[in-house]
Design a protein around this ligand. Structure first.
Ligand SMILES: O=c1ccn([C@@H]2O[C@H](COP(=O)(O)OP(=O)(O)O[C@H]3O[C@H](CO)[C@@H](O)[C@H](O)[C@H]3O)[C@@H](O)[C@H]2O)c(=O)[nH]1
Ligand SMILES: [Mn+2]
Ligand SMILES: [Zn+2]
Ligand SMILES: [Zn+2]
Length: 900
């Protein structure tokens, strides 16, 4: 058999059938058909493709000839596939991977008795992105048993691999003493934090020579020209603002002003011309109109200064992640929230987790925390399966550099064998991986099917013990660490990011605050276990569509000038599987492509709950480190770092200032007090005082509190993992947040079902800026509700959340004047909070015409009435003016949309 592993002949070349011809897809010999002739897949152009490739493509792949794009026809002897016109429902999948020819090497599992049909017997995959749901599976699963891959085998516990059950501690207080509530230990921690801080400062201020010289040689810049060049490059900013052409913007602004003027005239006329015989109607209509005008204003002005941004990933790598040196990128903890595995399919969550584990970032600096608010064994088991599958999936992604790294969505993409210069070896590995994934899917679906009916005595784990989370409203905290440092390697022998299952304790009588509560629990667990300097949160249905997402965020967060004052980097929400016309307005184009860009030019986009990378310090309620330049009372242009040069200079002199984390809006605790406390070291009492304050703020966990001082992240290397895990259980207990600032001043803020808006608002009010990051390839993609009732429910929930904020102490109309919230930013927040109220005037305005018809009266003085008295311009033309206004509005918004 002749194999051609080298370059394939140029496409389009006339192909003559010889027996030794190489398949242009996989590189194997094309081989002969049953009749002894050369196998021909495409009768149109005879593009050489072997039978296995042909059959694979016809069933699962592009379905047409790679060269001439003619749809493959069914050849004699080849199996039927769904989609063949002749017969729709023939089960051809038994033969699907029946390798009669070619290399003869079937996939490993070929002999196994696994019924693939249950997962793949639907419409052709490319048409409907569909995940198999549990119901369809039930009864069909042979012994691709979940038990085979039960939680026992893959479990690699952080503490003790022999303990397969999630760690569970009833009384953590007993053990707490062993690692020190005493102040001596405390002082040590703070001291070591300071040393570390100093070191970090040096690294940040003089990164390049420091790293190169291997020691603190602060003066030693490069000795030759090339080095100097590198130093210069490493100091270039990591991102820049791409201005929107002034002529486009100014046109838009002129129209706003014009409309504003017309509006004034309009109201002048409306108010000064009451309709005497229909006073009520007139009054109602004028009130409604004023409200509409107001909400228009609220909506317009925050769009005054939109900006785009661009990141330089290469410079980031040059500065922090050079080859051959240990990476200096900061550690990041990634949070995934789930509640109900029956509503949020575990397969989707698994895809999200896989896309995180395969992300392009140093593995020891990524940890993935999955919060399970439903304490479902299904979530736990499927996570365990996912961890196992990641051992194959992650190396595959990294080796071939594929995108996206969520398998379901990756395999939905069709590849073009000619255009993408695909290596034959890749083709084979891809198919093998696809089979592995199908198998994984079956296992997950089997778990889902099994979970449909709860046994009377509740769930039991593989080792026979009862699942601790059987009652989702009353269960202990559970943590399980998969993968990571001690969790075994992937198939290429590399370490994988740590994956942590967390289900916080739930007890009756305790408020759990939904997602916000879950996120706060994760903040604490992650602070104790890994303490990444930054955290990124996604909903379980939002996968990483770009493996570069973390690096994109770091271009802002690790930028010396921007990083100090940036509380979060928000990515736009993009969705899969929305119908062409976006029937339920899931895409929110105006919001994500215009409003958010506008806010980015003021103080920063709002936090929308998912796809957002936070600075941990901002979540701890600290104020940003601002320089004089930042505090200049310049509303718009300043905030978008027009004066970068000035800032980076003053940044150097500001080393001391950087050390101080100030606090203005929350007077309970002030970092400067702490600093003083340490200065007067001998004074034990003041130490204890500040410790008390910290406890009041962060709760009673010395380990957690100590971690809050590590502004560059990381945990002290000496800490004992077992004690950390105990502490982690302690910080997710129900009572932990009692009498602390959690949810009030720090972490995700409670009090609204749209906790995201509130959380972001709180940070902006403290003077932080946020950044909108929209690289050409969307970094995150989610599944949007695509049925009417779900969508209506969601919109209603958001509206209620806004109203909750409106009537809370955090209402942006009143909150914290004199603070650092920029005026237009406030206006934008007011707009998102009051918009639900517009429904009332809207209803009234819609009812008015009916009343007019019935009563035969009108909300505008009739032409006769006014003309006879005084004939002015607006009385005659007002309907016309409104019409013109509407047209203008429409045209301009369309125009604007396309030009941005
Ligand atoms: O008790 C709960 C309830 C929800 N969630 C999680 O919260 C997320 C969002 O919940 P979902 O019901 O999907 O709300 P959506 O309206 O789809 O979400 C949008 O709106 C929310 C409220 O503004 C934001 O938090 C989300 O990030 C945003 O995607 C999901 O991951 C859930 O798993 C929890 O962890 N615990
Ligand atoms: Mn959702
Ligand atoms: Zn082939
Ligand atoms: Zn062809």
């Amino acid at each position: 058999m002749i194999r051609n592993d080298g370059d394939a002949p140029a496409p389009g070349k006339e192909v003559k059938g010889t027996v030794g011809q190489a398949c242009q897809i996989c590189g194997d010999t094309v081989g002969v058909s049953a009749t002894g002739d050369v196998f021909v897949a495409c009768n149109e152009c005879a593009f050489p493709v072997c039978r296995p490739c042909y059959e694979y493509e016809r069933k699962d792949g592009v379905k047409c000839c790679p060269q001439c794009k003619t749809r493959y026809k069914r050849l004699s002897g080849s199996p039927r596939v769904p989609g063949d016109e002749e017969e729709e429902d023939v089960d051809d999948l038994d033969n699907e991977f029946n390798y009669k020819q070619g290399n003869g090497k079937g996939p490993e599992w070929q002999g196994e008795d696994i019924d693939l049909s249950s997962s793949s017997r639907h419409e052709p995959h490319h048409r409907i992105p569909r995940l198999t749901s549990g119901q369809q599976m039930s009864g069909e699963i042979p012994d691709a048993s979940p038990d085979r891959h039960s939680i026992r085998s893959p479990t690699s516990s952080y503490v003790d691999p022999s303990v397969p059950v999630p760690v569970r501690i009833v009384d953590p207080s007993k053990d707490l003493n062993s690692y020190g509530l005493n102040s001596v230990d405390w002082k040590e921690r703070v001291e070591s934090w300071r040393v570390k801080q100093d070191k970090n400062m040096m690294q940040v201020t003089n990164k390049y020579p420091d790293a190169r010289g291997g020691g603190g040689d602060m003066e030693g810049t490069g000795s030759n020209g090339e080095d100097m060049q590198m130093v210069d490059d490493a100091r270039l900013p990591l991102s820049r603002i791409v201005p929107i052409p002034a002529n486009q913007l100014n046109l838009y602004r002129i129209v706003i002003i014009l409309r504003l003027i017309i509006l004034c005239f309009f109201f002048q006329y409306r108010v000064s011309h009451p309709v005497r015989d229909a006073y009520g109607l007139w009054l109602v209509s004028v009130i409604c109109e004023i409200w509409f005008a107001l909400s228009w204003l609220l909506d317009q002005f925050p769009k005054w200064y939109p900006i785009n941004r661009e990141t330089y990933l290469d410079r980031l790598a040059l500065r922090y992640d050079r080859e051959g040196e240990p990476s200096q990128l900061c550690p990041i903890d990634i949070f995934v929230s789930t509640v109900d595995p029956l509503k949020e399919p575990p397969l989707i969550t698994a895809n999200t987790v896989l896309s995180i584990l395969a992300v392009d970032y140093p593995v020891d600096k990524v940890s993935c925390y999955v919060s399970d608010d439903g304490s479902a064994m299904l979530t736990f088991e499927s996570l365990s399966e996912t961890a196992e599958f990641a051992r194959k999936w992650v190396p595959f992604c990294k080796k071939h550099n594929i995108e996206p790294r969520a398998p379901e969505f990756y395999f939905q993409q069709k590849i073009d064998y000619l255009k993408d210069k695909i290596q034959p070896s890749f083709v084979k590995e891809r198919r093998a991986m696809k089979r592995e994934y199908e198998e994984f899917k079956i296992r997950i679906n089997a778990l889902v099917a099994k979970a449909q009916k709860v046994p009377e005595e509740g769930w039991t784990m593989a080792d026979g013990t009862a699942w601790p989370g059987n009652n989702p409203r009353d269960h202990p905290g559970m943590i399980q660490v998969f993968l990571g440092h001690s969790g075994g390697l992937d198939t290429d022998g590399n370490e994988l990011p740590r994956l942590v299952y967390v289900s916080r304790e739930k007890r009756p009588g305790f408020q759990h605050h939904k997602k916000a509560g879950a996120m706060n629990a994760l903040i604490r667990v992650s602070a104790v276990l890994t303490n990444g300097a930054y955290l990124l949160n996604v909903d379980c249905d939002h996968y990483f569509n770009s493996s570069k997402a973390l690096r994109e965020a770091m271009c802002f967060m690790m930028d010396p000038a921007l990083g100090r004052k940036t509380c979060y980097v928000q990515f736009p929400q993009r969705f899969d599987g929305i119908d062409l016309h976006d029937r339920y307005a899931n895409r929110n184009i105006v919001f994500f492509d215009i409003n958010m860009k506008g806010l980015d030019g003021i103080q920063g986009p709002m936090y929308v709950g998912t796809g957002c990378c936070f600075n941990r310090q901002a979540l701890y309620g600290y104020d940003p480190v601002l320089t004089e330049a930042d505090l200049e009372p310049n509303i718009v242009v300043k905030s978008c770092c027009g004066g970068r040069k000035k800032k980076s200079k003053s940044y150097m002199d500001n080393k001391n200032r950087m050390m101080k984390r100030t606090e203005s809006s929350a007077p309970i605790f002030n970092m400067e007090d702490i600093e003083e406390g340490i200065e007067g070291y001998e004074d034990e009492r003041s130490m204890l005082m500040s410790q008390k304050r910290l406890e009041k703020r962060f709760g009673q966990s010395p380990i957690f509190t100590a971690s809050t001082f590590m502004t560059q992240g990381g945990i002290p290397p000496s800490t004992n993992p077992a004690s950390l895990l105990k502490e982690a259980i302690h910080v997710i207990s129900c009572g932990y947040e009692d009498k602390t600032e959690w949810g009030k001043e720090i972490g995700w803020i409670y009090g609204s079902v749209t906790e995201d808006i509130l959380t972001g608002f709180k940070m902006h009010a403290r003077g932080w800026i946020s950044i909108y990051c929209m690289p050409p390839r969307p970094c995150f993609k989610g599944s949007a509700p695509i049925n009417l009732s779900d969508r209506l429910n969601q919109v209603l929930r958001w509206a209620l959340g806004s109203v909750e904020i409106l009537f809370s102490r955090h209402c942006p109309i009143w909150y914290n004047y004199g603070g650092r919230l920029k005026l237009l930013e406030r206006v934008a927040y007011i707009n998102t909070i009051v918009y639900p109220l517009t429904s009332l005037p809207l209803i009234a305005y819609c009812v008015l015409p009916a009343i007019c018809l019935l009563t035969n009266k009108f909300i505008i003085p009739t032409a006769y009435e006014t003309c006879s008295v005084h004939c002015d311009f607006f009385s005659f033309f007002s309907p016309f003016v409104i019409l013109v206004l509407c047209c203008l509005e429409y045209i301009m918004s369309e125009l604007y949309l396309y030009t941005l």
